[in-house]
Structures are given as structure tokens and as C-alpha cells.
Design a protein around this ligand. Structure first.
Ligand code: UD1
Length: 416
């Protein structure tokens, strides 16, 4: 709906506060289904993906009320209804109700989430894990149905450290009988936040942030109040906004350790980065230099920052080589950046970016969230006016992005 219009060229200067993490909030909202009481979750970002998750919880019988960034979720009347294709199609992360519904009710039926704009995104690791916990799983005719008379803790080894499969397994196993040991687990900070939330409810989970997570099943869980961690991808996006505009931004509500992979690459590019306990300052005092990046599971460079980093490389001196190892189809921003004058060649999963002296604004379109962020960043640095079509993709993951950038000096607004 509408379009974002940016008159580029302004250096961004000032302070931006980062909101709560979308990717931590979504599994935590899913996990609230585990508890027959009223859970309070604070610092939940106001985003389209969160709205979709709330609709899904409500469809399943939860009563949800929102006061600013605080959610009250009453899970007393939740029932494991079948989740239709319509609900699943709106957001892939809807699959995060799989573990909690199975854990609490011994039954779940969701439509297959299918592929999306950035790749095929299978569910095999989620299903392997719940099968090992003792669920009978039927994944034919477009639906995944799982039933059990009681999950039993076991050893599970994921083939790939999938974030979603790790989260679903944790949420299914917290109410299982006995001990589950999950190996080759994802180590993302959002998994640690889920562990804190679950333990606050009375679960006994240890090891999140390492590749081995141990879950001692408990008989029941109780309501909890929880504050979501800051969004490291939003923080990283603002860090690049400062760098690409030659600006100077203080980015607050950041856990510096979570953005370390991005900090390291910005420093390689010649950007000055300094940290306090909960903020990062990014300033540019010399010409940007090229840097090579390979996306990896945490603590590697995040795939969710790859599009934004490519925008930066477009304006850095020299040739940057970017390799995407997580998703097979995550270069949708490249043709659009080329239309703005970028020099980028794609070979299989690698993008070879030769820095140019300037980008030039034009009409561009976005098909996914982070590709949209990359185009906003390019537009902030480009000469002339950039018009970004379909900005609703950006609303999935950034709250008030235009307003935040306007307050630090950008000329950016939305035309409905
Ligand atoms: C999460 C994030 C997403 C991020 C991604 C990788 C949320 C809501 N979304 O997505 O923003 O880009 O992590 O950091 O937190 N895979 C399998 N089999 C499976 C599951 C995954 O092969 O059963 C593969 C995927 O195809 C992909 C890789 O594992 O190549 C990583 O996917 P995964 O970590 O599961 O991503 P999501 O949890 O969907």
C-alpha cells in the first residue's frame, strides 16, 4: 500500500532507539499458548508480523489485549483448532504454534507453510524433532498433523541449526516426560530469550546460546511477565544507515554482543564504531572500503543483514564478495539496486559488488522485508529521489522507520 519517497543525500545524525526484537517476540507469543493463565509480554514491537501472530493466537482462543508495546495474553480458553492455509500463508513464522500446541494439548494441525520469496524453507527438522519426542506426524495433502498421548524426552540431533526447529522443539519438550537433549541447536540470541521466557513460566531449560540445549520436562507452567530483547537486525540496519550516509548515529537499546558480527564488518569497511553497555555509536570519518561477507548462523554474519550490507558495499571503494549460505534465493534487491546504478554481478550464491561513486534515485519495488530495508538505505544515500513501491513488506519488520530516520535528518515520507 502506498509508496515510500526518499530525497537522498542527507547525513544522518542523532540518536535512534531500537525496539523489541520481532524474531524473539514471535516464538514467545507462540510459547504463551503453553500456559493456561495471563502472560504479560513487554517491548513487543508494533509490526505486521506480530499482528498476524496475535490474530493466530486469537483464532486459537487466546484473549489478547495490547497497551502500547505491552501484550496481555490470556491462554485459558485456547483450543488446538486446525490452522488454515490462509493464516499460515500470511506469515511463515506461524509455524511456531506447532511446538506449543503439541506440548500442551498433544495435538496440532497446521497447513504446510510452503516456500517464500527468499527460498524453499522446509520443515523437515521441526518434524524430525517432534517425531523423536513421540508424536505421530502426518504431513500429506498440504497439512501437517501431529498427535501424541504424551511426549517423552529424548536425544535429538538437528541436521542444520534451524532457528525455528530449535524453538519448536524447546516449546514441545518443556511439558514432555523426562529429559530432552537437543544437539546442533541454533545459537541465536532469540533462542536465549525464549529460554528465559520459558524458565520464567517454570520450565527447566538450559544451554540456549550453545549448540546443546537440555530440557527437563515439568508437569505444568504458570504465567510470567517478560521483557523482549532489543532487535539486533533493526540495530544493524540503523548502523548501516549511519555508515552509508556518512553520518554519525548513536543507536540505543542495543545489546552490543548481539551486533558484533555487523560491527566487525563495518570496522573492516573503515567505519568508526564505539560501544557502551547498551548502545552503539557509528560514525564515518573516511572513505568506505570494500569487505567480503559470508552469511552464517549466529554468531556469524546474519542473513537478515545481507541485503542491507550489499547496499553499503555498492558505495564502498573496491570489490566486495558477498556469499549467501542460508537461503538460496535472497538477492531480490540486486536488480533494483542495479536500477539505481549499482555494479553487482550474481554467480550462484555469490554477489560480486564493485563500488561506484554514487547511486541515483529511481522507482524500485520490494518483494521482501530485508530487501526493502536495503532499498531504503540505498535511497538515503542516493542522489535525487527514490520511490519504493510495496512498502508493506518493510512494515513486517520495522516500526515507524520513516519517522525514525526523519528525526535524524533524512527526507523520507510515505505517500498513501
Ligand atoms: C529465522 C528467522 C529469519 C532468519 C532465519 C535465519 C524468525 C521468525 N525468522 O527463520 O528472519 O532469516 O531464522 O537466521 O526467527 N531448514 C531446513 N529444514 C528445516 C528448517 C530449516 O533445511 O526444517 C533450513 C532452511 O531452509 C535454511 C536454514 O535451515 O536454509 C535456516 O532456516 P531457519 O533457521 O529454520 O530459519 P527460520 O527459523 O525459518
Amino acid at each position: 500500500m502506498g509508496r515510500i519517497i526518499i530525497r537522498g543525500g542527507n547525513r544522518l545524525k542523532g540518536t535512534i532507539r531500537v525496539g523489541g526484537s520481532k524474531n524473539a517476540a514471535l516464538p514467545i507469543l507462540g510459547a504463551s499458548l503453553l500456559c493456561p493463565g495471563v502472560t504479560v509480554i513487554k517491548d513487543v514491537p508494533r509490526l505486521r508480523d506480530v499482528d498476524v501472530m496475535i490474530s493466530l493466537l486469537e483464532y486459537l482462543g487466546a484473549r489478547v489485549s495490547r497497551d502500547g508495546h505491552t501484550l496481555h495474553i490470556d491462554g485459558r480458553d485456547v483450543y488446538p483448532l486446525d490452522v488454515s492455509e490462509e493464516l499460515m500463508r500470511r506469515m511463515r513464522a506461524s509455524n511456531l504454534v506447532l511446538g506449543p500446541l503439541l506440548g500442551r494439548f498433544g495435538r496440532v494441525c497446521i497447513s504446510q507453510p510452503g516456500g517464500c520469496d527468499i527460498g524453499s524453507r522446509p520443515m523437515d527438522q521441526h518434524l524430525k524433532a517432534i517425531r523423536k519426542l513421540g508424536a505421530a506426524v502426518n504431513d500429506r495433502r498440504g497439512f501437517i498433523q501431529a498427535d501424541t498421548v504424551g511426549l517423552v524426552g529424548t536425544d535429538i540431533h538437528l541436521d542444520v541449526p534451524s532457528v525455528g526447529a530449535t524453538e519448536n522443539t524447546m516449546m514441545a519438550a518443556v511439558l514432555a516426560k523426562g529429559v530432552t537433549v537437543l544437539r546442533n541447536a541454533a545459537r541465536e540470541p532469540e533462542i536465549c530469550d525464549l529460554q528465559s521466557f520459558l524458565n520464567g513460566m517454570g520450565a527447566r531449560v538450559a544451554g540456549a546460546g550453545t549448540s546443546v540445549i537440555r530440557i527437563q520436562g515439568v508437569a505444568e507452567l504458570h504465567p510470567v511477565e517478560h521483557v523482549v530483547i532489543p532487535d539486533r537486525i533493526e540495530a544493524g540496519t540503523h548502523m548501516i544507515a549511519a555508515a552509508i550516509t556518512g553520518g554519525d548515529l548513536e543507536i540505543t537499546n542495543v545489546i552490543p554482543e548481539h551486533v558484533e558480527p555487523v560491527v566487525a564488518k563495518l570496522q573492516e569497511c573503515g567505519v568508526d564504531v564505539s560501544e557502551t553497555e547498551n548502545s552503539v555509536r557509528v560514525a564515518v570519518n573516511r572513505e568506505l572500503q570494500c569487505a567480503d561477507v559470508k552469511t552464517m548462523p549466529y554468531p556469524g554474519f546474519p542473513t537478515d543483514m545481507q541485503p542491507q550490507f550489499i547496499s553499503l558495499c555498492c558505495l564502498a571503494r573496491g570489490t566486495s564478495v558477498i556469499t549467501e549460505t542460508i537461503f538460496e534465493n535472497r538477492y531480490k534487491h540486486v536488480p533494483e539496486l542495479r536500477r539505481m546504478g549499482a555494479d553487482i554481478r550474481i554467480e550462484d550464491r555469490t554477489a560480486i559488488v564493485r563500488g561506484v561513486l554514487s547511486l541515483s534515485g529511481t522507482h524500485v519495488a520490494t518483494t521482501d522485508l530485508r530487501a526493502g530495508a536495503a532499498l531504503v538505505l540505498a535511497g538515503l544515500a542516493a542522489e535525487n529521489t527514490t520511490v519504493i513501491e510495496s512498502p508493506e513488506h518493510i512494515d513486517r519488520g520495522y516500526e515507524n522507520l520513516e519517522q525514525k530516520y526523519r528525526l535524524v535528518g533524512a527526507e523520507i515520507y510515505r505517500k498513501l
